[in-house]
Design a protein around this ligand. Structure first.
Ligand SMILES: Cc1cc2nc3c(=O)[nH]c(=O)nc-3n(C[C@H](O)[C@H](O)[C@H](O)COP(=O)(O)OP(=O)(O)OC[C@H]3O[C@@H](n4cnc5c(N)ncnc54)[C@H](O)[C@@H]3O)c2cc1C
Length: 485
């Protein structure tokens, strides 16, 4: 890989800028990170901090203001950033080397470390072709696609020429339980016919979004509810598809990618577009979501680091001195900084551990750790963001800092890819499998304590046991006969 880039310290400099990203890799993860990954990590950090974050505001301006502009925009700065990222060799880092030959040759852990920096900018993930939902979708094509499907969609996706959307959620059913998905996929000759509607189809607003990965019901009468669903690849311009409207996220439209509400009216797709085979939809969606959750989590940790940076900047802004003191002189603020630091670091360790476990075997091996990260990290991010926003006063909830937008985005992470409760339910159920063992073990330990006490000639007894009858030791006038106690 050619790296035509200076690896000097960030040019911004100043006290506190001494450490490069590779110097800050948590100690516990270091043995698993290659020298090549460390170099790339430093390049990613520099690219994000010096090129992408300044580009974020330019990108927003280039998206435009009117509805027409915002939903047809293709900001030129994104193409420039992509060109630059390709030159720097930071492209498609997300496809893990253990499982895919098409990626940049990094592990989940190594990409996780890079994804943290990508999470600090709204343009960096797309600029390096590591943006959701394309990353998960490319994994679907790479893992389950036929050669023909790969040539048609995976190739241009890997090259960053087109984008894609994943269509599972529906407005009429509780979609966090995927057995409810109701869009029909009916075989007619050598075609499938799709009827129904989808919403929260992220990325569908982008004019470059050329393929939809759609989940629907192909065999509603199958006695096994997990075999009723199929996943099929649908070209975006197939007749019968209408992007009915776009959905906002707490007032933000997320243009030009957005989140579509889409209707399917007798949409005919060649039978060859089925993914993996009829009735195998659950397999596909489960295979799609493992490492992707770690990516989300690592980006969220980067967002939390950015929030903390904003917090520190505000505390040290000499123009802002409530009650005659800078914010860092108000003890409560330092306490909030300390808690933010602890929570970010603890979350990072949790996520990196999950990534190492995926690398050492597969996503199934790290199922518990992935679910833990899915719940833990958004909760941490929202707390850290909330503290930073509070430190900015009114500015914190306005457009003058990125914090409000980051909070809205962070809040969706408790819903996206399944709400917290569903993951917690699964985690709780699995944890409770140890319940019978715990009960038996504790009873056994109590019994053993009695036996042990007896072996020392003692009767096991409660240290607070009194066996006292007041009538026998109390004279009723306030005097206690201590000898009888
Ligand atoms: C910004 C954003 C982007 C998204 N992108 C996509 C996308 O690209 N593609 C896609 O298909 N979907 C996408 N989604 C949709 C998302 O995956 C779903 O919203 C989510 O899975 C929940 O489904 P639902 O909205 O139908 O809620 P429901 O299933 O109706 O659930 C509503 C609520 O019920 C509660 N609940 C559910 N199950 C339980 C339980 N077992 N125990 C206790 N309480 C429970 C939870 O509080 C939950 O939030 C996106 C959502 C957002 C907000």
């Amino acid at each position: 890989m050619s790296v035509p880039y200076s690896l000097e310290e960030l040019t911004i400099g100043g006290k506190g800028s001494e450490q490069k990203a590779s110097d800050k890799i948590p100690f516990i993860a270091r043995p698993f990170v290659s020298e090549r990954a460390k170099k790339t990590l430093d390049i990613v950090e520099k690219f994000v901090e010096e090129e992408c974050i300044p580009a974020d505001t330019v990108y927003q301006q280039q998206v435009g203001t009117s509805k027409q502009e915002r939903w047809s925009a293709h900001p030129p700065i994104m193409d420039d950033l992509k060109k630059r990222a390709k030159e720097l060799g930071i492209w498609n880092m997300f496809l893990p080397k253990n499982h895919f030959k098409e990626g940049a040759g990094f592990s989940n852990l190594e990409y996780g470390l890079m994804a943290e920096f990508l999470g600090k900018s709204t343009t960096a993930s797309e600029a390096t072709n590591c943006a959701a939902p394309d990353t998960g979708n490319m994994e679907v094509f790479a893992k389950y696609g036929t050669q023909e499907q790969k040539d048609r969609w995976l190739k241009p996706l890997l090259a960053g020429e087109i984008r894609s959307a994943f269509l599972m959620t529906e407005p009429e059913v509780a979609s966090s339980d995927a057995t409810n998905i109701a869009l029909t996929i009916t075989k007619e000759g050598d075609e499938y016919v799709l009827n129904g509607q989808k919403w929260w189809s992220s990325g569908a607003g982008d004019s470059r979004c050329q393929v939809y990965i759609v989940m629907g019901k192909s065999d509603p009468k199958n006695s096994n509810v997990y075999k009723q669903q199929s996943v099929i690849f649908v070209p975006f311009d197939t007749p019968g598809i209408t992007i009915h409207r776009m959905l906002s996220v707490m007032g933000f439209d997320d243009a030009p990618h957005g989140h579509g509400h889409i209707t399917f009216n007798n949409v005919r797709v060649p039978a060859a577009n089925i993914c993996l085979g009829e009735g195998r939809g659950f397999e596909v969606i489960q295979g799609r979501l493992g490492p992707g959750r770690i990516h989300h989590a690592m980006r969220s940790i980067g967002a939390a680091e950015k929030a903390l940076e904003f917090f520190l900047a505000r505390m040290n802004d000499p123009r802002k001195k409530p009650f005659g003191k800078q914010l860092y002189e108000h003890g409560v603020m330092l306490d909030r900084v300390a808690h933010s630091r602890i929570e970010i670091d603890a979350s990072r360790l949790q996520v990196l551990n999950a990534a190492i476990m995926i690398d050492s075997k597969d996503a199934k091996f790290a199922l518990k750790e992935i679910a833990e990260a899915k719940i833990l990290v958004p909760d941490m991010l929202l707390k850290v963001l909330d503290r930073a926003m509070q430190a900015y006063g009114g500015a914190g909830v306005s457009q003058d800092t990125p914090l409000a937008n980051m909070w809205a985005h962070g809040r969706t992470m408790r819903i996206v890819d399944g709400p917290d409760e569903v993951h917690a339910m699964q985690l709780g159920r699995n944890e409770n499998k140890r319940g019978e063992y715990c009960l038996k073990k504790i009873e056994w330990q109590k019994k053993r304590a009695v036996e042990m006490a007896e072996s020392y000639g003692m009767k096991k007894m409660d240290p607070l046991q009194l066996d006292r009858e007041w009538s026998k030791v109390h004279d009723g006038k306030g005097n206690v006969d201590k000898a009888k106690l």
